[in-house]
Design a protein around this ligand. Structure first.
Ligand code: FES
Length: 572
């Protein structure tokens, strides 16, 4: 690409007043003349924040990217965008995913950038940054921040999130003391990085690698491993070449790449959150995927990666076993391996020389951890636009189940009554939680894996069928039906369920049925009182007014698609 063809030339290559303005203020950072000599300007889009502990090491990582950009002859400029800390943000970080995507999109488009490196880690920071960048469609590469080292407690490994759910149930059942619980808290997060289970952050890191949006082999490198810095530095070098090659996001995220990401997610036992994020990302580049594609392409795929919450190991073990390239190589017959990836090579070339060092961590297709473990899409009168379940994290004996509904109207009602000794519930009941969807919560919180009632836990029961229009943490497990669409807050059938109604879950036949006849449902629907909801303003109002349902990726209707990088107007 010639200098004058670079997008940044529109700013830094200008003469007269505008050139003066664009360059002069930048010079206060100590930039010599040759910073503006027409070299590619690379934006380092940083989701660093001390309020996002999983991304708190990103300033250091950005330095490695810069080193690589400079080595390759580019001009790196780091900038912040809204960072979403999963463990901190109320009511849920998901409420702000679309906001952060708007921040990424507008910041990238408005500035003199030729290429972008996205630094992402914690759950929502990856989809938000990639959604925004995809709507601009410049040459872009993603650098994930890497997982934490394995948690260690009483001589064994413990995993982010997954063990929080387990320990808190043990505490409530009286199997763990408050002192042990406090000790576990101090042992779990012992290095920089994101959740080290196959939770949503690790799933997102695998997704970007399966999409081809990062350098191969990066997903599993622990954040604390020096090779994470090398990975960042090499990405810095590569993005300069990508600008020269004009290799844009839409050249990489194609229909085939999206299908690859679905298949790989099934193989790694990835989070249910991938469904919603991948749908939204694909929507930004104009690739249309349906909810049923996840089932069609993923549900028959064997589970190869033996990681919590579906298995027993953690991301550190995954890396030492060979990481994602081994999984991709195993699954190659189910993948479009000729797709172009960020390093300029095909996926087939990238995984040609992989080697597995631990078959207990990464299994083979012939002898998988579990057969046909990908996400299943359920339909029926209770979820006319679909709902999902992750069989690999569920109890097999509950995959076909009929039980009476125990209904919680909202999350407040759930917390108020779940441990009430008078609650009429037994292990065959089906727990139903309403009003936790995109508009209802708002933000579609990760509360779908609602904790079991104390009196059930005390009977030694560890799983029950649970249904909601919310999401669940990628680190969670259980027979949990999620993302029910349409959600109850807009009058979906879920809103009509009453205590004692029979509900039928039949995962093999993809069925989710409320055993109440149509005339009774119509009567209930007419009687349904319209919740006024909390009065919203600002971004939350915008979100509630425009967010789409879960099966469409919960993006805002006016954000779907891309408008490119061209900005015709000067700022002065
Ligand atoms: Fe940040 Fe899990 S809380 S990745």
């Amino acid at each position: 690409m010639k200098k004058k063809d670079l997008r940044s030339h529109e700013w830094f290559g200008r003469e007269g007043k505008m050139g003066f303005i664009y360059r002069s203020w930048m010079r206060n950072q100590g930039i010599p003349d040759d910073g503006f000599d027409g070299r590619p300007v690379i934006g380092i889009c940083n989701t660093w924040s001390e309020l996002t502990p999983c991304n708190a090491h990103f300033r250091e990582l950005a330095e490695s990217v810069k080193k690589g950009v400079l080595e390759a002859g580019g001009f790196p400029l780091e900038f912040p965008i809204t960072s979403l800390g999963e463990t901190m943000m109320r009511p849920t970080a998901m409420l702000f995913r679309n906001l952060a995507s708007m921040d990424a999109e507008e910041t990238i488009r408005a500035n003199p950038l030729d290429g972008v490196v996205l630094l992402c880690g914690c759950d929502k920071t990856t989809p938000s940054a990639l959604m925004g960048a995809a709507s601009v469609n410049l040459p872009t590469i993603v650098v994930s921040g890497g997982p934490m080292l394995n948690g260690k407690y009483q001589g064994g490994d413990i995993g982010s999130g997954t063990h929080v759910f387990k320990f808190s149930e043990d505490l409530r059942a009286g199997k763990m003391s408050p002192r042990q619980f406090a000790m576990a808290e101090a042992c779990m997060s012992r290095s920089q990085g994101h959740c080290m289970t196959m939770g949503t952050a690790s799933t997102m890191a695998c997704m970007i690698e399966a999409l081809g949006m990062t350098l191969p082999g990066g997903a599993a490198i622990p954040a604390a491993d020096s090779r994470r810095k090398v990975f960042a530095q090499l990405a810095g070098r590569r993005i300069v070449e990508m600008v020269e090659e004009d290799l844009k996001i839409s050249d990489i995220i194609t229909r085939e790449a999206v299908e690859n990401a679905i298949v790989v997610n099934a193989g790694v036992g990835g989070s249910t959150n991938l469904v919603i994020h991948l749908t939204a990302i694909a929507g930004r580049v104009g690739v249309k995927i349906e909810l049923d594609d996840f089932d069609k392409l993923g549900s028959k795929v064997p589970l190869l990666v033996n990681l919590l919450p579906s298995g027993k190991y953690l991301m550190e073990d995954f890396y030492y076993a060979g990481g994602l390239p081994v999984v991709i190589n195993e699954l190659r017959n189910m993948l479009h391996v000729n797709v172009m990836t960020a390093n300029g090579k095909s996926m087939a070339e990238n995984v040609a020389e992989t080697e597995c060092f631990n078959r207990d961590v990464i299994a083979t297709v012939e002898k998988p951890v579990q057969e046909a473990a990908g996400i299943a899409v359920l339909r029926g009168n209770l979820a006319k636009n679909g709902a999902i379940i992750k069989p690999s994290a569920a109890t097999q004996s509950l995959m076909v189940h009929k039980g009476k509904a125990v209904v919680f109207e909202n999350i407040k009602d759930f917390h108020a009554r779940v441990d009430d000794p008078m609650l009429e519930i037994d292990s065959d009941s089906v727990m139903v939680l309403k009003n936790v969807g995109p508009k209802g919560y708002p933000g579609m919180a990760e509360v779908g894996n609602m904790p079991l009632p104390k009196k059930i836990l005390q009977q030694g029961i560890t799983d029950m069928v649970r249904i909601s229009d919310g999401r669940m943490s990628g680190t969670a497990f259980g027979t949990v039906v999620l993302h029910v669409s349409p959600e109850s807050a807009i009058g979906g059938t879920l809103a009509l369920v009453e205590n004692g109604d029979m509900i039928e879950l039949d995962v093999p036949n993809r069925k989710l049925h409320l055993d109440v006849d149509e005339s009774e449902l119509a009567r209930r629907s007419t009687a349904l009182s319209q919740t006024d909801g909390e009065s919203a303003r600002g971004y939350v109002k915008l979100y509630i007014d425009h967010v789409q349902q879960a099966d469409q990726g919960a993006d805002m209707d006016f954000l779907v698609g891309k408008s490119g990088s061209y900005v015709p107007k000067d700022n002065h």
